[in-house]
Design a protein around this ligand. Structure first.
Ligand SMILES: C[S@@+](CC[C@H](N)C(=O)[O-])C[C@H]1O[C@@H](n2cnc3c(N)ncnc32)[C@H](O)[C@@H]1O
Length: 354
């Protein structure tokens, strides 16, 4: 109990410590409430409690959804890996150094990454990058139990910012499951899903010209099943939990996470399921030294998940500098797993910010 009190007091003492000003969570939250659509809070969803009875526990709430029947993403992708890992492993070849972006909960690692690893001839190493320390530790525990001789490295960092030293790897294999590639800020810029293209290009530039990428994404176009997955109460609790994190981790005054309710919308022209926090009443609050006023019913768009048809994702991968080797889908064609190889060509389309 004493410990809990100390942590609580420390977290709210911002009078001397202004380091929060450079915290990406602070900056993105300020942008969000300032009306920007170019921010997505999803990377901050996977939080851990800091003290007993802490309501901020996004990673735990996420695991609950992934275990639910209506959340088709994990089961459909697991089906693809179960049925096609032999073939994928052949494309990968020997002595792979696996790098996994965002492994997530251990059950995801077991059903997907490890299903593939079991079919691979030989593996030299496994490295995981995730923002959540809890997920990283779980992934290591899971992999060490079945592959005790494979060295495991963990990096708690943003995979888009982390420099992968592929030169020191024998046969790099990038594993990126769960549609994480398409959980990004608003993507509308003319006809192209520009932010996804930029993300793929960033990975391609980081990755260099060797190895393979195995990437899974949500290709589902059935709106009913999308709404069943994302409209369920557990998903709403998980997504809205980030507002409790704002209150816990940022210097706020009068900020009430219960002052918002969730609303989802499907934007067909962009294949986008978008989530809003709707202000339940007229309210004003402070974050840092910024004052925000919201009227009742005002909508704040705070996360998006894109569901590109598999052919569109293949085209984007080509534009980003990958050669498209193969695509596998599940029996309901909800998820797609693409096998991509960095192309040698250096005549890539310019993408200034990538
Ligand atoms: C949608 S979940 C997918 C989890 C798992 N791969 C699966 O397929 O079920 C996204 C995962 O990526 C992590 N993540 C999201 N954005 C990230 C970022 N920018 N850098 C590192 N990890 C990130 C999250 O913590 C979470 O574990």
């Amino acid at each position: 109990m004493k410990n809990t009190m100390a942590k609580t007091a420390l977290r709210y003492d911002y009078t001397l410590d202004t380091s929060y000003l450079s915290d990406p969570f602070y900056k993105d939250t300020i942008k969000l409430f300032s009306g920007s659509d170019s921010v997505d809070l999803a990377p901050y969803f996977y939080s851990s409690p800091l003290f007993e009875n802490d309501v901020v526990r996004g990673a735990e709430l996420a695991s609950k959804i992934w275990d639910s029947k209506t959340y088709y993403l994990r089961n459909a992708e697991a089906e693809i890996l179960e049925q096609n890992s032999d073939q994928i492993a052949q494309l990968i070849g020997n002595d792979a150094d696996i790098i996994e972006f965002g492994p997530g909960p251990s059950e995801s690692v077991r059903l997907k990454t490890m299903a593939l690893m079991r079919k691979m001839a030989s593996i030299r190493s496994y490295t995981a990058l995730d923002l959540s320390r809890g997920y990283l530790n779980d992934a290591k525990r899971m992999i060490k139990a079945d592959f005790p001789h494979i060295p495991v490295k963990l990096h708690q960092s943003d995979f888009y910012e982390f420099k992968i030293r592929t030169q020191s790897l024998h046969n790099p294999l990038l594993v990126f499951f769960g549609n994480t590639i398409a959980n990004i800020p608003e993507d509308a810029d003319g006809a192209l899903p520009y932010n996804t293209l930029k993300a793929l290009r960033k990975i391609r530039n980081n990755f260099g010209e060797s190895g393979l990428m195995v990437i899974g994404h949500d290709a589902n176009q059935n709106i009913d099943s999308i709404f069943s997955a994302y409209g369920q109460k557990d998903y709403t609790n998980y997504a809205m939990n980030v507002f409790h994190r704002i209150k816990r981790d940022l210097p706020t005054q009068r900020f009430d996470p219960e002052g918002f309710e969730s609303k989802i919308e499907w934007i067909q022209s962009y294949y986008c399921l978008t989530r809003y926090a709707v202000s339940k009443r007229d309210q004003s609050f402070m974050i840092g030294d910024r004052n925000f006023t919201l009227s009742k019913g005002q909508k704040i768009r705070f996360c998006n998940t894109y569901k590109y048809p598999a052919e569109l994702m293949a085209d984007l991968a080509g534009l980003a500098g990958f050669e498209h080797l193969q695509v596998f889908t599940d029996s309901k064609k909800q998820m797609a797993v693409h096998i991509l190889k960095p192309s040698k060509s250096n005549n890539l389309l310019p993408l200034s910010a990538a």
